[in-house]
Design a protein around this ligand. Structure first.
Ligand code: HEM
Length: 403
């Protein structure tokens, strides 16, 4: 085939990829998404009554994220208000200053790349073998359900949940995933606080999980994540809180990314041969898919002292909504050959003091699953549907088959 038709094919396919990603966002946020995207055209920062100052520029977003004194996640009116009632006061994502730095320091060793690679290899070996077998047999596989189970398996290991074997374990992983999803779906892009009924529902899930985590913590040892937290000097309350925070932030984010990444590769003509798997460009594919999908589409801060945000004056008490999705989408459609400039670098995992502590785990998990799927290429998508009523846009179903 000559270069020109291939380029044209890719351009047309790229349009379909853009179309599906947009459809996912619209199914999840039919009203907020068009508004959010519309704001991207109004400059790096724009004040929106009832919402706060919306930030659309990667450079400005990074400046805000790096300045934890001016732009904070704790105190009245901050995003901490959302999670403190269900997770407790000291769970990283609602902390600032010295207390936050001290807890982060103690957790530095928790998710090292070598530890997370080994954890994923151990936990996912069986399920990924089964996935590879189903794809090799030419079965239709729903990647949405598959990655929910896999993400549930990893999170069960992190918390210390005992799940039995085979189908029984799979049902437990699925249940764990659904419990997290129910809590996360209480949040919309405008939510500032949970209602007392929502707090009760969230605690009904998180308290028993905290008890399980506390049991693994009490058992100690360096083979479990909770045991390692004890060895790293965390108190039981800190370890319980960390388990809840990991569960809420680290399950759906990873699980929703994988089907979207596979769909992006398919829709841009990059899943039509086994070559994709051999290119050694896995991290580049994953980074670029994260940039386009931004599993955490916004980040929140509250302003604690006067600041100039590229011409917009921010005052103490103002709420900042960093539209990570707008910041990242400003660099164009999905293209794994695109270099990411310094201001963009992994912005989808945050930046500065709150940079995602689960980053090595998220990458290890994603690499393991995507590698298994790509090994079965060429793949075709045989059916798909967008999910509604979710915080993180995703597919409700993505059926793939080895072609
Ligand atoms: C694709 C997967 C993931 C994405 C896109 C993601 C994204 C993010 C982002 C953007 C932040 C910073 C938020 C802010 O500054 O306001 C963050 C923080 C955090 N993430 Fe992740 N995350 C992912 C997976 C995980 C996993 C697997 C875990 C844990 C097992 C995790 C645990 C956390 C925690 C505890 C924080 C708070 C850190 C702090 O405040 O110091 N995340 N994540």
């Amino acid at each position: 085939m000559t270069g020109a038709p291939k380029t044209l094919d890719r351009a047309l396919a790229g349009r379909s990829a853009e179309g599906w990603e947009r459809r996912l966002y619209l199914a999840a946020h039919p009203f907020a998404y068009p508004l959010l995207r519309g704001l991207a055209r109004r400059g790096p920062a724009v004040r929106v009554p009832g919402v706060g100052v919306v930030v659309n520029d990667a450079g400005l977003a990074r400046r805000i994220l790096m300045d934890g004194e001016t732009f904070r996640k704790d105190g009245p009116g901050s995003p901490g208000d959302l999670w403190t009632p269900v997770l407790g006061p000291s769970v990283l994502l609602n902390m600032e200053g010295e207390a936050h730095r001290a807890l982060r320091r103690r957790l530095t060793e928790l998710f090292t790349p070598s530890y997370t690679d080994a954890l994923c290899a151990r936990v996912l070996a069986g399920p990924l073998d089964r996935l590879a077998g189903r794809l090799a047999r030419g079965a239709d596989v729903d990647l949405v359900d598959t990655t929910r189970v896999l993400a549930g398996a990893v999170m069960s290991e992190v918390i210390g949940l005992e799940t039995g074997q085979g189908a029984e374990a799979e049902a437990a992983y699925r249940r764990l995933f659904e419990q997290g999803e129910r809590i996360v779906s209480m949040i919309s892009l405008r939510t500032r606080r949970l209602s007392p009924a929502q707090i009760r529902r969230a605690r009904a899930v998180l308290d028993p999980l905290g008890d399980i985590a506390a049991k693994a913590y009490a058992a100690g040892g360096d083979t479990t994540v909770m045991g390692r937290m004890r060895e790293l000097g965390l108190s039981e309350a800190e370890a319980r809180g960390a388990a809840g925070a990991f569960f809420l932030t680290g399950t759906e984010t990873v699980a929703t990314l994988v089907p979207r990444l596979v769909a992006l590769l398919h829709d841009t003509g990059r899943l039509d041969g086994p070559a994709t798997a051999r290119t050694g460009r896995l991290d580049r594919l994953i980074d670029e898919a994260m940039r386009v999908t931004t599993p955490t589409p916004v980040m929140l801060r509250s302003v604690h002292r006067d600041a100039d945000l590229d011409g917009v004056a921010a005052r103490p008490g103002d709420r900042i909504l960093i539209a990570t999705h707008n910041c990242c989408r400003a660099y164009g459609p999905f293209d794994p050959d695109r270099a990411h400039p310094p201001e963009l670098r992994r912005l989808w995992f945050g930046a500065g003091p709150h940079f995602c502590i689960g980053y090595p785990l998220a990458m290890a998990e994603t690499r393991a699953v995507v590698r298994t799927v790509l090994d079965a290429a060429p793949l075709t998508i045989t059916g798909r549907a967008a999910a509604r009523g979710v915080l993180i846009p995703t597919y409700a179903r993505l059926m793939v088959r080895s072609a």
